[in-house]
Design a protein around this ligand. Structure first.
Ligand code: C2O
Ligand code: CU
Ligand code: CU
Length: 501
């Protein structure tokens, strides 16, 4: 253990105890002084900031993003910009936003409608917006090669032509996606359609978007990103924000809620469960609604994945509360992360639902939600293997090749169906993502049950040393990327290009 690591693992409370003792005590003891100096130094050097009171109190009300509804507007405007706002403490911190504050707005649009948005890059370096999960033409997708320079504007215009679902948007510059999303450049994108409308799912105040992101703050309340080499494994934070609100609460009625959850973190995988409610219902995955609801006790959600769930507070009475938490993901990695922060295995409370009102709504959930045409192995005319590996120098790669923005790694025939064999040789789980498609999971070699494998996916978690086979039809011509969606892996440089022609 080197000195820096030692300082990092020096616990905050121990350091504080020594410092506290120092202020009160009068005896001069040089050994103690040394210890105090070291502790002070540790406090300065280390970002440790867990204000236990704040984290446990759940006193901030959940912010709900405002909506840009394309039923009412024809065109939207985004400017990636530096902003100042208070997140964790009263002091304002540097952020990146699309419209000046966080959370960024949620886009809501109907299948068949035209999406139009002017995006201006108000940052110092080139960047671009990507519509994660949306099936849009190559020029609209936001490949890093299409980044625009400072003060330039790109016009997005495309027709939304896919089923209802929860998608998201974020910037996608070459090598800096992690940092930009971390400081704020991401938001939700909801597509609605007629099928979904018929289902009468909880809506309005009973439909909540939840963007879960773990973050790090210094003692003043400034958001901080990478600090050590270890952070290249994946940046994990100790403060979990939902919709840019650290450890929030939300007042609810004792009835069904639809939660559209996005894991917008850098690296953390959450195993979500509700303390006080044993079961909840999965109704949708990345690409839209499942055929039938699936009742679960807990569920894994990796970076960039979305889950659409129904949670029912009907057995609760006014005054009760229910905690949304993560049970930890110890199966996910044996690779050490920055020890100053809770690891992949950490159990953490995320947000608190407080039952404050009774409800008399008793709507039942339909047994059939959607029709999904199941793709068969025999539909595929080709298969290819994508390996997930670390090469010399600790570089994360696909097929042992660090990302080259100009290299075409895979050539695919337009309108063909292929099986992609995702082979993870690393002792760490990777969420594998593809642009320009929604795919289905055929099978996986591990025993873990992923209910999300039953729906449309654009991101799939491949467990340590596991192989997952997916089947995918390529219907949009052009150059797209596939990559690990742990942001620190995608940036360095677990990404590749595929060309559909
Ligand atoms: Cu969230 Cu390359 O995408
Ligand atoms: Cu994407
Ligand atoms: Cu990865």
């Amino acid at each position: 253990m080197n000195r820096r690591n030692f300082l990092y693992s020096f616990s905050f409370s121990a350091a504080a105890a020594i410092l506290g003792g120092c202020e009160k005590g009068s005896e001069k003891n040089s050994r103690l002084d040394n210890k105090i100096d070291e502790a002070k130094k540790a406090l300065q050097e280390s970002p440790k900031n867990i204000a236990e009171d704040k984290l446990k109190s759940f006193t901030s009300e959940l912010k709900i993003p405002k909506e840009i509804d394309f039923e009412h507007i024809a065109k939207a405007k985004f400017t990636a910009q530096k902003s100042l706002a208070a997140l964790y403490k009263e002091k304002k911190t540097d952020l990146l936003t699309f419209q000046g504050d966080l959370p960024n707005p949620t886009i809501r649009i109907k299948k068949g409608d035209d999406f139009e948005l002017d995006f201006t890059n108000g940052l110092e370096k080139p960047t671009i917006v990507h519509w994660h999960g949306l099936l849009v033409p190559e020029t609209m997708d936001g490949h890093p090669k299409d980044s625009i320079a400072t003060n330039m504007t790109k016009e997005y215009k495309y027709r939304v032509n896919q089923s209802a679902g929860t998608f998201w948007y974020h910037t996608h510059p070459h090598g800096r996606t992690g940092e930009e999303i971390y400081y704020g450049l991401a938001g939700l994108y909801i597509v609605e359609d007629e099928n979904e409308k018929r289902l009468n799912l909880p809506s309005g105040e009973f439909e909540l978007p939840l963007i879960i992101q773990d973050r790090r703050f210094d003692k003043e309340g400034n958001l901080i990103y990478k600090e050590t080499k270890q952070d290249n494994v994946g940046v994990l934070g100790d403060v979990v924000m939902v919709n840019s609100t650290p450890h929030p609460y939300k007042n609810v009625k004792n009835t069904k809620y639809r939660l559209r959850i996005l894991n917008g973190s850098s690296a953390r995988v959450y195993k979500l469960a509700f303390e006080g409610i044993e079961e909840f219902t999965l109704i949708g995955t990345d690409g839209g609604l499942l055929e039938e609801p699936i009742v679960v006790k807990d569920i894994l959600i990796a970076v960039a994945e979305r889950i659409d769930i129904i949670v029912d507070f009907k057995d609760k009475k006014v005054g009760d509360s229910v905690m949304l938490k993560t049970l930890g993901f110890k199966e996910g990695s044996i690779i050490g992360t920055n020890t100053a922060y809770p690891g992949f295995d950490a159990k953490m409370d995320i947000m608190k639902f407080q039952i404050t009102e009774l409800s008399n709504s008793t709507s039942a959930l339909p047994a059939k939600l959607n029709t999904i045409r199941k793709m068969k192995e025999s539909d595929a005319t080709n298969s290819r293997t994508i390996t997930m590996e670390v090469i010399k120098g600790g570089i994360w790669t696909l097929n042992r090749k660090p990302y080259d923005i100009h290299r075409v790694d895979e050539r695919v025939k337009l309108d063909s169906t292929e099986i992609w064999i995702l082979k993870n040789s690393v002792h760490m789980a990777h969420p594998f993502h593809m642009h320009g498609v929604q795919f289905q999971v055929l099978d996986r070699t591990s025993k873990i049950d992923f209910p999300t494998d039953k729906g449309w996916k654009d991101t799939v978690l491949v467990m340590p040393t596991e192989t997952v086979r997916i089947i995918v039809k390529f219907t949009i011509p052009g150059l797209f990327v596939h990559h690990c969606h742990i942001l620190e892996h995608e940036d360095h440089s677990m990404m590749a290009n595929f060309l559909v022609e």
